[in-house]
Design a protein around this ligand. Structure first.
Ligand code: CIR
Length: 253
C-alpha cells in the first residue's frame, strides 16, 4: 500500500526536454493542467502528494521517477545516464532525506535511471539501456540484496526505459509492448499485450489496487477492464512528447 507520492511541477523549460519523438514541443500550459489532473488521480488512489516546485535548471525534472528508486526501507539515489539530468539527484536526495532513514546511492561509473526498474514484489527487473549500464544494475542488485530483495537484468534494444514497455498490473499480470513481449523472463506471468498503435499505454502504474493509465488508448483500457482491473485515466499527451509517461511523473512509497 502506498501512502505518499512525490511529484514536481513542470517548469517552462520543459519544452526543451530530451525527446526522441517527432510529436512536436509540449504546450506548457496544457502540461500544467495535465499535471494537476495527474496529482488529483494520485490522491484518488489514496496517496498524500508532495508537490515540489518547478526546477528551471532541469527541463526534464518533472520526471521525478528517474532520480530515485524507493524500496520501502530505503531510498536509492540513482545516477542518470542522461548528462543533462545527472544533477537532478542532489535536490532529490535532500527531499528524500526527510522521508527515509536509509539513503543509498548508485556511484560512477555506474549509471541508472529508475524508469528502468520494475518492481514485482521483492524482485526488481532492471533494464540495461542507453541510460542504465551493467555496472549501475550490478550496484543496484547489491543494494537490493542488503535489504532482502533481488534483482535481475533485461537488455533493451530500442526502448528508452524498461517501463516504457512493461508495467506490473498486479494479480501476476504484466502489461507488455513491443520488444518486451517475447522476453523469456516475462513468460511466467499472465500477459496483456498492448497493440502496436497503443504502445504508449504500456507505461501505466498500479497504485493501491487501481491502474493509472494514459487517456486515449481504448483497446488497452478494454483489455485491462475485461481482466477485472480498476482503471483511472489521465491525459499525459504533453509529457508523451518528451518520451515521458504515467510512471515517470511520480515517486510512490
Ligand atoms: C528523458 O528523456 O529523460 C525524459 N524526456 C523522459 C523521461 C521519462 N522517464 C521515465 O520513463 N521514467
Amino acid at each position: 500500500m502506498y501512502t505518499k507520492c512525490i511529484v514536481r511541477e513542470p517548469c517552462p523549460e520543459m519544452v526543451d526536454g530530451l525527446t526522441s519523438s517527432d510529436l512536436g514541443k509540449p504546450d506548457y500550459r496544457l502540461a500544467m493542467k495535465q499535471h494537476k489532473a495527474y496529482v488529483a488521480a494520485l490522491e484518488q488512489c489514496g496517496c498524500q502528494v508532495y508537490i515540489l516546485p518547478p526546477d528551471t535548471r532541469f527541463p526534464d525534472s518533472v520526471f521525478v521517477e528517474d532520480a530515485a528508486l524507493l524500496i520501502g526501507e530505503a531510498a536509492i539515489i540513482t545516477l542518470p545516464g542522461a548528462e543533462s539530468r545527472r544533477n537532478e539527484i542532489f535536490e532529490m536526495r535532500s527531499v528524500l532525506m526527510d522521508h527515509f532513514d536509509s539513503i543509498e546511492e548508485i556511484k560512477a561509473p555506474g549509471t541508472l535511471e529508475a524508469g528502468d526498474v520494475m518492481e514485482v514484489g521483492d524482485h526488481y527487473y532492471i533494464g540495461i539501456s542507453e541510460r542504465t549500464n551493467q555496472e549501475g544494475a550490478e550496484q543496484l542488485i547489491r543494494i537490493l540484496e542488503k535489504y532482502g530483495k533481488t534483482g535481475s537484468t533485461i537488455t533493451l534494444v530500442q526502448y528508452l526505459h524498461l517501463k516504457t514497455g512493461v508495467a506490473f498490473a498486479g494479480e501476476n499480470t504484466l502489461l507488455l509492448a513491443g520488444e518486451l513481449i517475447e522476453v523469456i523472463d516475462f513468460q511466467k506471468f499472465k500477459r496483456i499485450v498492448v497493440d502496436e498503435d497503443e504502445e504508449y499505454a504500456a507505461n501505466s502504474v498500479l497504485i493501491n489496487g487501481k491502474i493509472l493509465m494514459p487517456f486515449g488508448y481504448p483497446k488497452t483500457r478494454e483489455a485491462l477492464m475485461s481482466s477485472g482491473f480498476e482503471i483511472i485515466e489521465v491525459d499525459t499527451s504533453e509529457f508523451r512528447k518528451l518520451d515521458g509517461g504515467i510512471s515517470c511523473l511520480s515517486l510512490r512509497f
